[in-house]
Design a protein around this ligand. Structure first.
Ligand SMILES: C[S@@+](CC[C@H](N)C(=O)[O-])C[C@H]1O[C@@H](n2cnc3c(N)ncnc32)[C@H](O)[C@@H]1O
Length: 283
């Protein structure tokens, strides 16, 4: 049987209604990604047949998708801060709430001329690349170091810096947190792993993403506590530390800061849903 864009979407949309809130759009995205033609093209060419090999691939993708495999890994793309990022199962799929880290860092860095930024646990590179992009258009001479302990993530982040034309602004380093870092920075940003290992069963949709990007000890706080213990050794005077954390972790983090650190200038920022999400510490 031969299919056009429209009747393939009509035929397959119900297959995804259990898993997706936008089943028709997901089928469209799969077709567009595999044929490398966008929606506008198919609106202008409504009778064009989708090649049989692609129809077969789409059927296979739909089967994987029904098991919860993320659409972003199938089409190898996720939009973040208005830019396109290549993603595969070696990196976390960037989340919209992480854009807050970029907003906050940019507010802090904007009036400054010559700045240095360290992005710890860069993954797809979404934070470092978006900041480099913003600072490039401001004409700033920023120096960004992006690190990850995963070599595969570093390769992907470097690829995303190249496709988004900010390769020369970012240096990528494979490092276990601060292990290979020898300098101080004006701004340190991190979206570290923060899901509780004990919550693994609670979030079955996360099984396709890398465990090292998600889980951090039974309480989700092992990595955040490590960063809090060490960050002041890598920040310049008047520097800024920004760190994302889990939806229910503000209380434990505040307790740790009060009991185990000397930080006094800190605040917690809420995401658009009103949930505390980002820790901001001024030095
Ligand atoms: C939650 S993901 C964040 C990825 C990306 N920054 C983002 O916001 O989408 C955490 C990242 O930290 C990295 N990571 C985990 N443990 C690390 C460690 N000990 N040292 C450096 N990076 C680490 C993971 O490989 C992963 O890429």
């Amino acid at each position: 049987m031969s299919y056009t864009y429209e009747n393939l979407v009509f035929t397959l949309k119900d297959e995804l209604k259990e898993i997706s809130s936008i089943p028709s759009r997901e089928v469209q995205i799969l077709i567009e990604s595999l044929t490398k033609k966008d929606k506008m093209y198919y609106i202008k060419n409504p009778n064009e047949e989708i090649p049989e090999a692609i129809v077969l691939k789409i059927y296979n993708f739909i089967k994987k998708r029904q098991k919860g495999y993320p659409l972003e890994y199938m089409i190898h793309n996720k939009e973040f801060y208005g830019l396109n990022f290549y993603v595969d199962s070696a990196v976390l799929i960037p989340r919209p709430e992480t854009e807050m880290l970029v907003d906050e860092a940019f507010k802090f860095l904007k009036p400054k001329e010559d700045i240095s930024i360290l992005d710890l646990g860069t993954g797809s590179g979404c934070i470092a690349v978006s900041l480099a992009h913003l600072l490039k258009y401001k004409g700033s001479k920023c120096k960004i170091i992006a690190t990850d302990k995963s070599f595969k993530a570093i390769k992907i982040a470097r690829r995303n810096a190249t496709t988004n034309k900010v390769k020369s602004q970012i240096k990528f380093i494979e490092s276990n947190w601060f292990e290979n870092i020898n300098e101080r920075y004006d701004c340190i940003i991190s979206n570290p792993p923060y899901v509780k290992k004990l919550d693994k069963e609670k979030f079955p949709n996360l099984i396709f993403e890398p465990e090292d990007a998600l889980y951090s000890g039974d309480d989700g706080l092992t990595d955040i506590k490590y960063l809090l213990d060490n960050v002041q050794n890598f920040l310049n005077d008047d520097g800024l530390f920004l760190c994302e954390f889990g939806y229910d972790e503000k209380g434990d983090i505040e307790k740790y800061i009060k009991e185990k650190t000397k930080f006094t200038k800190y605040e917690f920022l809420n995401d658009l849903a009103g949930i505390p999400r980002v820790l901001k510490i001024l030095f």
